[in-house]
Write a protein that binds this ligand. Structure first.
Ligand SMILES: [Fe+2]
Ligand SMILES: [Fe+2]
Length: 243
């Protein structure tokens, strides 16, 4: 069995408020009597991409004694993300392949610098195709931007712009067992390319559904949340937690 904790959109900004909410999730995970195999954080790690805020991200996740996997979001700055969290220079897409408990986690960079919506560059799609060809066993794809509409117009307008390109790659690799995303700021379960698609709740705040608000789509006093993903016997199960 593979177990992942999945949080997203911590938006560290130096104010202390978002950092405190991120620490709440990390402290919860660190205090559990059992451990997950890894913690996945699907982007918008910082609000403005400032290097100092990536230092705070590192400090916030330090109590976790399992691998922490990051992908960047539209609020991140690719160069600072690469240098500070991955330890690699450069400005190209920060795609990563990580092996966790016998599974491959492919972390994709869907950032379009300066834009809220996402796009997978041709080099990222080629990288994914190659990475999925390299080994066997279950694989999971993680990226910031949801590749499907989730029924929230403000969010759906800035989702992944080229989901068909991603679907074509995934169709060549039946070992892919699920897709994880962030950006939604709401825990959501959907499907994409015939696969389970799971969006993590937002740590910073929660995006409301059209019938939950009359103008302000964001709720800042919503509880902090995260997801746990379990994969066993070819089935992906997700549990959502509010803290
Ligand atoms: Fe976000
Ligand atoms: Fe985002």
């Amino acid at each position: 069995m593979i177990t992942l904790a999945h949080l997203s959109d911590i938006h560290i900004d130096g104010s202390g408020r978002n950092e405190a909410r991120a620490r709440q999730v990390v402290d919860y995970l660190a205090a559990l009597p059992g451990r997950v195999d890894a913690v996945l954080v699907t982007g918008d790690l910082t609000e403005q991409g400032r290097p100092v805020d990536y230092g705070t991200v590192r400090a916030v996740v330090a109590p976790l004694e399992v691998p922490v996997l990051f992908c960047p979001g539209n609020h991140d700055e690719r160069g600072a993300f690469r240098r500070t969290l991955l330890g690699i220079d450069g400005t190209g897409p920060a795609n990563q392949a990580v092996e966790v408990a016998g599974a491959s986690v492919l972390l994709l960079d869907s950032v379009v610098p300066g834009r809220p919506e996402g796009e997978l560059a041709p080099e990222t799609l080629a990288w994914l195709d190659s990475a999925l060809s390299r080994s066997d066993g279950p694989a999971f794809v993680a990226l910031h931007h949801p590749p499907v509409a989730l029924g929230i117009p403000e969010l759906d307008a800035m989702r992944l712009g080229n989901p068909d390109d991603l679907e074509r790659v995934l169709a060549r690799h039946p070992r892919v067992a699920g897709v994880f995303c962030g950006h939604a700021h709401t825990g959501a379960a959907s499907t994409f390319a015939g696969l389970p698609l799971r969006a993590a709740p937002g740590v910073k705040n929660t995006t409301l559904l059209p019938w939950e608000h009359d103008g302000d789509v964001t709720r800042s006093d919503a509880p902090v949340g995260l997801a746990f993903h379990l994969y066993a016997d070819d089935v992906l199960t997700t549990h959502y937690r509010s803290l």
